[in-house]
Design a protein around this ligand. Sequence first.
Ligand SMILES: Cc1cc2nc3c(=O)[nH]c(=O)nc-3n(C[C@H](O)[C@H](O)[C@H](O)COP(=O)(O)O)c2cc1C
Length: 368
Amino acid sequence: MTMSRRKAISLIGGGVVLAAAASATGFLATRTPHKALEPWTAAGSYSEPRKFALSYAVLAPNPHNRQPWIVDLRQDGKVVLLRDKQRDLPMTDPHNRQIIIGLGCFLELMSIAAAHKGFDVQHDVFPHGEDGPVAVSTFKPGAQADPLFAQVMQRRSCKEPFEDKPVPAELAADLSGFATIINQAEPVAALRKLTWDAFMVEVLTPHTMRESVDLMRFGKAEINTNPDGIDLGGPLLETLMLTGQLTREDQLDPSSNGFRQGIEIYRDMLAATPAYAVLTSPANTRADQIETGRRWLRLNLMTTRLGLALHPVSQALQEYPEMAEHYKSAHDMLAQPGHTVQMLGRLGFGPEVQETPRWPLETRIAHG
Ligand SMILES: Cc1cc2nc3c(=O)[nH]c(=O)nc-3n(C[C@H](O)[C@H](O)[C@H](O)COP(=O)(O)O)c2cc1C
């Protein structure tokens, strides 16, 4: 639930004066969490091919920005990818389906970056079954560069209202090899309602909302200390925190103003959606989930290339009992019988947004 400057303005209303005062004292200029964003600058600054590729892979999209990746580099020319189980999301992702999709995004980004250095990467996924490494990836010289590498640094998940402008048929056609694009009025209206209803279940179910609130980082100091999770930063949000209008307690209390205002912001954002992108798979094995992540990453790079914004909205795809009704509706609407809807994303024209925080690569290397 990252909130932007513009959202914050609507949130504080009369409090804009406070922000102006903060600006006068130089407070606004100092709020960027530079330390948490350093991995974006470090990307590509390694000469060792695996570290070069990994320095981009850590920029992959992943649920709640948990960054559940650990790598072991002890074998020459190989990256052994492990899942950091402390970063699971047991309430909203009880079967770790989304966490594994995020690891698929990581592997695809690693491949694209390795190809830029001339290395082909073969991924052996879950070679020892569910409890072993996620993948053993072998680097060999001799790859063709991948044109989508050019979009890696600009790729974002854009959690903002989109312009009131349809996605043109030509752009939808350009994306047809990457995902199913839904841009007809009737199914779009049905998905707007579904994503909103599912969002409300998540925020009104105490244990799922608590999971998100525990991952919120309030302001620059918290974001720099824990560069993951849901980052609530920027000058205006920090002004709200200073004045007590945005607190962790409020986010857990559905009767509070702060909670209600947050919900309204999300409602308006979900409504401002002209199209959706969907990924499904016939089966739902760990390998299918990894493959979904690889496809999502490529889709996100392609939308970036086309000037479109993409934003995963996963609530209706989550597998806990309170969500069962919306999970079923999502599947009835979007998948053939027996298939799994793996990803649902808002698609449209959105504003430019800032990078999200990352843990530095060095902190994600277990050995080597
Ligand atoms: C499997 C998966 C599910 C996601 N679900 C959501 C979601 O429901 N809502 C949301 O705002 N972002 C969702 N995201 C986006 C992440 O929050 C985002 O990738 C992460 O915060 C890093 O930001 P970035 O993609 O802009 O680099 C999801 C991402 C993945 C890979």
